[in-house]
Design a protein around this ligand. Structure first.
Ligand code: ATP
Length: 284
């Protein structure tokens, strides 16, 4: 669905690259996470992919279209939800969607259905200038689905939303993906990436440092420890055991056999810990 080969971008046309030899492919039906700290080059890459920034160097194919020769038809197939909401303030929520749907040559979704989906019903006739930041964000998100995109670009889709609304947005993303929509998700929120993405790319200083599935990364970089809380002579003992070393595995079995276990968890590395391990940098 997306092929990116040897992509470079410099804002000043010098050798100070915001995107520096980036390569990746996204398969149809995949949720691909682009994970990196502020200034890593995520938005620059995404903006080239959606035709907002001109391709300077490299090869990019999106939904079967070569980005060097963008055809209007490509925009029928893609949807974009930006971190910075860019809705028309003088129009109401529903007017924004009604206006936007006219820009497409394909069948579009019912604006009111989308308004309901993102929980803006009851506010559809209010001008967007009176919407809160989170409401504008949801309207932008709803708008990005109006043309039933096959390829959906989501930039920080849950940033600034309260937990219940963020959870609703995550469910919508999962459902659309189950229907076959391919998703390019840009974020520095590792929880979202972990929960939603089939594969993630770690990007720092314009370069991709690693691409893999969250599960494979955890298996590779996880500590393989089991944390156990158990009662011994009436006292709660907290201990952890490696599942790699034989002696520790035997100690763990002894504890399970002889004591009353309160809690037992395998300790997995979080994506953020792995990111720091691999790149030497934090995600913010
Ligand atoms: N319009 C611009 N002009 C000049 N430099 C820019 C411009 N936009 C971005 N940059 C620079 O390019 C680099 C990559 O920025 P980019 O916005 O792609 O990062 P990002 O990973 O999306 O960050 P964030 O998470 O903060 O959005 C940064 O060094 C940034 O300062």
């Amino acid at each position: 669905m997306i092929k990116v080969k040897n992509l470079y971008h410099s804002y000043n046309n010098d050798d100070n690259y915001a995107v520096n030899d980036v390569n990746f492919e996204i398969k149809k039906g995949e949720i691909f996470g682009f994970l990196g700290p502020s200034g890593a080059g995520k938005s620059t890459t995404q903006n080239i992919l959606v035709g907002l920034l001109q391709l300077q160097q490299g090869e990019v194919e999106v939904a079967g279209y070569d980005i060097k020769h963008i055809k209007n038809k490509m925009f029928n197939k893609i949807g974009m939800s930006f971190e910075q909401s860019n809705v028309y303030n003088k129009m109401s929520g529903i007017e924004n969607l009604e206006f936007y749907r006219k820009l497409f040559d394909v069948e579009t979704r019912d604006p009111m259905e989308l308004i309901r989906l993102v929980g803006l019903d009851g506010k559809e006739n209010v001008k967007a200038e009176r919407y809160s930041k989170g409401m504008k964000h949801r309207l932008t998100f709803a708008r990005s689905m109006i043309n039933n995109p096959k390829m959906w670009f989501l930039d920080e889709p849950t940033t600034g939303l309260d937990p219940a609304i963020a959870s609703n947005i995550k469910d919508i993303i999962k459902r659309e993906n189950e229907k076959g929509v391919t998703i390019f998700l840009t974020t520095h929120n590792m929880y979202i990436a972990d929960e939603l993405c089939h594969r993630v790319a770690f990007i720092v200083d314009g370069k991709i440092r690693l691409i893999d599935s969250p599960k494979a990364l955890k298996l590779k970089y996880g500590e393989k420890l089991v944390d156990v809380e158990y009662f011994k002579s009436g006292q709660l003992i907290k201990a952890h055991f490696s599942t790699v070393f034989e002696a520790e595995k035997e100690r763990l079995i002894e504890v399970i056999k002889n004591y009353d276990i309160q809690t037992m968890h395998t300790k997995e590395a979080t994506l953020e810990e792995i990111f720091i391990k691999v790149t030497g940098r934090g995600l913010v």
